[in-house]
Write a protein that binds this ligand. Structure first.
Ligand code: A3P
Length: 299
């Protein structure tokens, strides 16, 4: 799938390149153009993640924090309608993230996987909040591989793990290079309206994460609210909850791999060979080593 020089030689159906970043048909150029001028509101909360970092988990947590732990509505409406995916367009169902986002009531919880330079320009001027979620990139890579296998929106990928591994480390995956995405947002982490969190910390102590996020977002939650959110957002609950598990999404074949697959830290060890892990470490060091990002898997 890659040439000796590492350049990409295989094109999956539906791929296109927008301003140097690879996308699939569900993020078409006209939507990506419009995203830049999206009207941001001061009370918006943006969730910024690379695909498979635990976006859906954070969407559910943040939506509940911003809605005072209202389990009733969360149990009645799909998470992707409550918390729209900004740069998404489904021509079959006629769903456009930009339009869903314009229609949901404030305070909105909006998901994006875009690199910073492609995100709405107003993110820099408004008082909105931005929560960036990072995850051990080896686990992201494994999770994305299974998503590519199961989702028809990812070019009907039929390749092997080894092929996907090459695609990931050379930046040829949907929404572009994980390395570029990560670097683009890392530089914003000290802005007062930005909070950077890690999937591994949410796994270690979700109660603490919920409390810290609520504080950052200026929401006061009772102990009961926090407990309810933590229980509602457990992997087991979200996996069986039809409002969060995406089992009704026609493009995902859950028999190949469900969206809520394992929800663990360190599954990469079941996929990476020792050589692949070493290559990954080397590429990570070359590309992002100077940033000293504390990915938990290193410790
Ligand atoms: P795995 O494939 O490793 O299981 P995204 O929402 O960004 O597409 O990320 C999907 C990943 O987040 C999947 O990882 C999924 O299992 C995990 N995930 C979703 N909800 C979770 C939860 N409540 N707890 C832990 N992990 C969760």
């Amino acid at each position: 799938m890659t040439s000796k020089s590492g350049s990409f030689t295989h094109k999956l159906p539906g791929e296109h390149v927008y301003e140097g970043v690879l996308f699939f048909e569900y993020s078409p150029p006209e939507v990506l153009d419009r995203v830049k001028d999206f009207n941001v509101r001061d009370d918006d909360v943006f969730i910024v993640t690379y695909p498979k970092a635990g976006t859906t988990w954070l969407q559910e947590v943040l939506w509940l924090i911003m809605n005072d732990g209202q389990l009733k509505e969360a149990n009645e409406k799909q998470v992707y309608f409550r918390s729209p995916f900004l740069e998404f367009k489904d021509t079959v169902l006629n769903e456009v993230g930009l339009e869903l986002a314009a229609a949901v009531p404030s305070p909105r919880v909006i998901k994006t996987h875009l690199q910073k330079r492609l995100a709405p320009k107003q993110l820099n001027d408004k008082n909105c909040k931005v929560v960036i979620l990072f995850r051990n990139p080896k686990d992201v890579c494994v999770s994305y591989y299974h998503f590519y296998r199961s989702s028809s929106s990812m070019g009907n990928f039929k390749g092997s793990w080894n092929e996907f591994f090459e695609m990931f480390i050379t930046g040829h995956t949907g929404h572009g290079s994980w390395f570029d995405f990560t670097e683009s947002w890392w530089h914003s982490r000290h802005n007062s309206n930005v909070k950077l969190i890690y999937y591994e910390d949410m796994k270690k102590n979700l109660t603490k994460s919920v409390e810290e996020l609520a504080k950052f977002l200026g929401r006061s939650l009772s102990h009961q609210n926090v407990d309810d959110i933590v229980k509602h957002c457990s992997f087991e609950n979200m996996k069986t909850n039809p409002m969060t598990n995406h089992e009704d999404v026609y493009s995902i074949n859950k028999n190949i791999s469900p969206l809520l697959r394992k929800g663990t830290v360190g599954d990469w060890k079941n996929h990476f060979t020792v050589a692949q892990s070493e290559v990954f470490d080397k590429v990570l060091e070359e590309k992002l080593g100077h940033l000293n990002i504390p990915f938990t898997y290193k410790f």
